[in-house]
Design a protein around this ligand. Sequence first.
Ligand code: ADP
Ligand code: MG
Length: 545
Amino acid sequence: MIERARELVKDFEYGKEDVRKATRHFIKQMNEGLQRDGATMGQIPSYVTSVPNGTEKGLYLAVDLGGTNLRICSVHLLGNTKFSIIQSKCAIPSDLMLAKTASDLFAFLAKEIRAFLKANHNDQLKSHMIKVESGHTNQKACSDDFLRLGFTFSFAFEQHALNKGSLLYWTKGFNIPDAIGQDICGLLQTEIDNLHLPVIVAALVNDTVGTLLARSYEAPGTTMTLLGAIFGTGTNGAYVEKMQNLTKLELSDQPPPEEMILNTEWGSFDNALDVLPNTPFDSIVDSESIHPGIQMFEKRISGLYLGEILRQTILDIVPLSTTIVIPKESPLYQQFSIDTSFLSIAAGDTSPALYVTRKELLQTLDIEASHEDARAIRELVLSIGRRAARLAGVAIAGIVIKSGRLLPSPQNSIPNVGDKSSVVSTQQLLSNDRKIPEKLPKNFLERFYQWIQRTFSSCFEPKPTLMQTPSPLKVEAAGIVDIGVDGSLIEHYPDFEKIIRTTLRDIEEIGLEGEKRIRIGIAKDGSGVGAALVARMADLRTGKP
Ligand code: ADP
Ligand code: MG
């Protein structure tokens, strides 16, 4: 059995040349997505045209409708890269995932928002309700007192504006056909208004975009974050792209923004399998999935599928075991019976004779495995996990290379506007003693900063001083390419980031030097903070500082 396992391990190897070829293909498909709709990688515009620098302030509501849970939180951005957050979480009732009308689901969300406000912001709710009952208010008249809400929506939608997006299709066990094509913010706002809540749905955001924004706000002493990536149930990433490269989108904004965050939808990279590895086990997992033939990159990387790939390989090797007897009723024969958390447990198992892995095999699959059996299974685990992390490295490398941020150029060596260089301490940030270099390209943030200063000069923070020449330390810090990540897989699978890093070093355009400049950090509470930040951006655009 162990010999067969080692043969399979070889099939899961994804070498230097494979990774290099895949990265080139990834960049090619990124470019195609920039040029036309309907390309393999969606490159969906988010209409978010700047990233936070950590000085943002304000109280915002955030709602995160994930595949399983609904999270509601209020986020108080403190303006010093810190925030305080109050959260509530509940499971989405399974009947609502298949509700008759979208209104059933969104009415549930609105009721949960009301319960959250009652529990945590009751004064604001009460005073508004008094106005409503006495007929002294209508939605518009008092909208300044309303809480702005950012909506993190982890399903596929086409964004039309910061607060508008139409649902493309449901995934993850949801199916409410009448919602397709409808404006998601509008659906939620209607139900909120029916309950007369003092809440405005200000912005809609994909979870990857939220991760990028949250990381950019929180990251200590770095330049603005380039990429937000999810390695959880699924995998996807959002990054900052230059508008001039996004030729498929024409904006009427004058002057046009310089940059925009794009949701790559990289889960569907190389659906044609031109460069992706494809073992017989991958083929089975795909053919037995709900949507065969799509999300092929995701099916080799993410939490929903890794356990299933492992199950297929175990089914292959166990007939060769001289000791394992699999009961007929063993969950090993059921799809999705191995959760990807098992891979983390087995990969990290340092117990004598792999006791922990064997206990887990007994509990989850009803399989009594010897030390030797467990060793064979663990080798499979490591090879599947390693291949996933190397493929994750391909996506990260593709985006870092495409961004040009590792290339020597004045833009990359001088801190950007709002640079949170490591030489700026929290204390300095608190005292607004932030240094901004001159002669920078005016990005959206800077232009807005100036406009808001002109318009709201009396209530605006003191103008940051200009810095004549960047100090060497600042140049060094500015050379860092920052990446925010989220998801149980990258958080818990042992050495996932380490393997990503070796992969980055394997790619010539990055190499040892480039890899050292790439900083990867978990975006804590990303969905809440990201949604709050994008709600704040929406506020700025409507002139509410
Ligand atoms: P979501 O993607 O729904 O936002 P998560 O980021 O928590 O949620 O990811 C859930 C996925 O991660 C599931 O597919 C699950 O199998 C997997 N998972 C959960 N715990 C672990 C773990 N300890 N190690 C690896 N994968 C895990
Ligand atoms: Mg998530």
